[in-house]
Write a protein that binds this ligand. Structure first.
Ligand SMILES: [Zn+2]
Length: 122
């Protein structure tokens, strides 16, 4: 999970990576606040864990999108002959195969959104 907070000195965003999935978990490790160093101005300050905000990890979403974009045409190419041979049944299979990568994408996307929501509410 990536957590963001604005630097008290220069107002730039400080990113903090953690494996904790809730604020409670984070507080158990660090206490009420966390010392963070700003990459922009180099100043160190204590930030309340309650002030940290989780945001969706765009990397996970990009990977999911990549899976979707690679697998969909691949499936189309692989099963193209089969679809031609089997006619209407083939169309049905094609629909199922295409919906698998989209399904994975939706699940990953939803999962990440839920993680962020869960953290921000905790
Ligand atoms: Zn700063």
């Amino acid at each position: 999970m990536r957590l963001y907070v604005k630097c008290v000195h220069c107002k730039n965003e400080i990113v903090y990576k953690t494996n904790a999935s809730t604020r409670v978990e984070l507080k158990m490790i660090h206490g009420k606040s966390l010392e963070l160093k700003c990459k922009t101005c180099g100043s160190k300050a204590h930030y309340l864990i309650d002030k940290l905000e989780a945001r969706e990890n765009k990397t996970i979403l990009s990977i999911a999108l990549l899976i979707f974009m690679i697998f969909t045409p691949l499936i189309m190419i692989l099963f193209w002959r089969l679809i031609w041979i089997s006619g209407l049944g083939g169309v049905l299979w094609l629909t199922i195969f295409i919906s698998i990568p989209s399904y994975i994408y939706i699940i990953l996307n939803k999962n990440e959104q839920n993680r962020v929501k869960f953290f921000n509410r905790s």
